[in-house]
Design a protein around this ligand. Structure first.
Ligand code: MSP
Length: 498
């Protein structure tokens, strides 16, 4: 079994912000979970370096586009390890191997008869690097995303015959209802297709910052076609040998809702035109909002992920983003709600549960646990948990998987209160009962921790180490599948006095 997950590649005209960290963290949760299943996982992220927005930003700074790209690609690259993200490769669209694949695939699209020369005229947003359809243009002549004035552009281009794929795309959506999720996004893509597809420009004439069109030196490829192909090109050179046969098609492309049309319509059509197999799933997440607006550099309302990580650690940020916003919907984020979740859930629910449980095993039993029966009530509460978590993650319902696990964390807290080991410890006659409670508690904590590892990798590893049970394989996420003989001390996982 192989599992190949991607994030969008990020534009290097801006510095990384929380919106970028969001998709990358989500992809990491999926990648880690699938590694726990023992699958061959490939997780790709990277930077989108060509096109007008990047060229414009570079010129505004008085540097060459390549220089700006080099500088900002480094910042995106550095963000991943700081977020605890375990990507297997970081692609840059200025990689010469990527450029060669773009030229090869798009030449094939032309040879297959899906490219012609023509003139394009339309309203264009330089920040989106995209023409806007008439029905998208909001308040006057402004970009609905960036709120900036659209320009009227006319250009001699080569066109991609998107219209030729109208029926094939409709058939694809009819046959594969899980091609795009959530359902509302599937409907959105389908209704765009049904409204009638028009051909789209494949190349840009005036620009020079892009991948050269091999059959006409005066053109570069339109940045979106160059960018989309990263998902395919990376496999051919990321690891020295060509792994396309093993890993393609992609299992999941994770994207934000603003780039839906490119991924759910242009991308499958392009792959069909080139004779390449289609990805399995495209999952569209919503926006992180601050004060009701999309967080973005150009709007200047940014929550700085670097600052959050520095104070609270990457795990806290990962947890917050996966917990606060249902994956697939828009959601508001704020420092206040971050601190609330950190305190009530990470520090209290999980951190305290771990430290007091380990503390009691140390205090009452010198850290040792004896083998034996587990509490029947807890066993019933944990039955089927692993399968439900797997099911949610298969459907990219990352918040629902986390909620399933968190209900067990809360259940374990109730268990401690109900069983009151501190009362049992006072009564020699109840020693066996105390043994069973401590053993069940430690085992329950072990299971939730294995399941939490994709969300909280570094804290989970510390906790498992303190439990003397470092096995991460998903099959060990069953009550009774592991055995804890000896616990050690653990320092506070989520300290409150930061
Ligand atoms: N370069 C293109 C993608 C090409 S993929 C072949 C691009 N880059 S981007 O840097 O502008 O955005 C990358 C991703 O970040 C998009 O999926 C976008 O939705 C996401 N986000 C940017 N701001 C966001 C929020 N405030 N909230 C959530 N995600 C948002 O588009």
């Amino acid at each position: 079994m192989s599992f190949y997950v991607t994030t969008p590649i990020y534009y290097v005209n801006a510095a990384p912000h929380l919106g970028h960290a969001y998709t990358t963290i989500a992809a990491d949760v999926m990648a880690r979970h699938h590694r726990q299943r023992g699958e061959t996982v490939f997780f790709l992220t990277g930077t989108d370096e060509h096109g007008e927005p990047v060229a414009d930003a570079a010129h505004a700074l008085g540097v060459e586009p390549q220089e700006l790209a080099d500088r900002n690609a480094e910042r995106f690259k550095a963000l991943a390890p700081q977020l605890g993200v375990s990507n297997d490769f970081f692609i840059r669209t200025t990689d010469p191997q990527h450029e060669a694949v773009v030229q090869e695939v798009l030449s094939r699209v032309r040879e297959n008869g899906f490219v012609y020369e023509g003139t394009y005229e339309g309203s264009y947003c330089p920040r989106c690097a995209d023409f806007k359809a008439e029905n998208e243009i909001a308040d006057g002549n402004r970009c609905p995303i960036h709120h900036i004035e659209l320009t009227r552009e006319q250009e001699e281009n080569y066109f991609f015959k998107l219209s030729a794929f109208q029926e094939r795309l409709e058939a694809l959506y009819a046959e594969r209802e899980d091609f795009v999720a959530p359902r509302s996004r599937y409907n959105e893509a389908l209704s765009f297709i049904r409204s009638g597809l028009r051909d789209v420009p494949l190349t840009r004439h005036k620009l020079t910052w892009g991948v050269q069109v091999p059959w006409d030196a005066e053109h570069v490829f339109y940045v979106w076609f160059d960018a989309l192909l990263n998902y395919y090109s990376a496999l051919s050179y990321a690891e020295g040998s060509d792994r396309t046969a093993e890993l393609w098609p992609a299992s999941y492309h994770l994207i934000g809702k603003d780039i839906l049309r490119f991924h759910t319509i242009y991308w499958p059509a392009l792959l069909m035109a080139a004779g390449i197999e289609l990805p399995e799933h495209i999952f569209v997440h919503g926006f992180l909002l601050m004060d009701g607006e999309k967080m973005s550099k150009s709007l200047g309302n940014v929550l700085d992920p670097f600052a959050v990580i520095e104070r609270f650690g990457a795990d806290a940020l990962r947890f917050y983003l996966m917990r606060e916003v249902p994956f697939g919907q828009d959601g508001s984020v704020s420092t206040a709600s971050f601190e609330l979740r950190y305190e009530s859930e990470l520090a209290n629910d999980l951190g305290n549960l771990a430290s007091r449980s380990i503390g009691m095993v140390n205090r009452y039993r010198d850290g040792a646990l004896s083998p034996g029966e587990l509490d029947a009530g807890l066993q019933a509460d944990f039955a089927g948990l692993r399968e439900r978590v797997e099911g949610h993650i298969d459907r990219a319902e990352l918040h629902l998987a986390l909620e399933e696990i968190w209900q067990r964390v809360r259940g374990l807290n109730r268990y401690v209160e109900e069983q009151s080991p501190w009362v049992l410890a006072k009564d020699e006659a109840r020693a066996q009962e105390l043994d069973r409670v401590l053993r069940s508690l430690a085992e329950g904590i072990r299971v939730v921790t294995v399941l939490l590892w994709p969300y909280l990798p570094s804290s989970a590893e510390r906790l498992l180490e303190a439990l003397g049970a470092s096995e991460l394989a998903l099959r060990s996420a069953e009550l009774g599948a592991g055995s804890i003989a000896q616990v050690s001390a653990i320092e506070s996982l989520f300290p409150k006095d930061l």
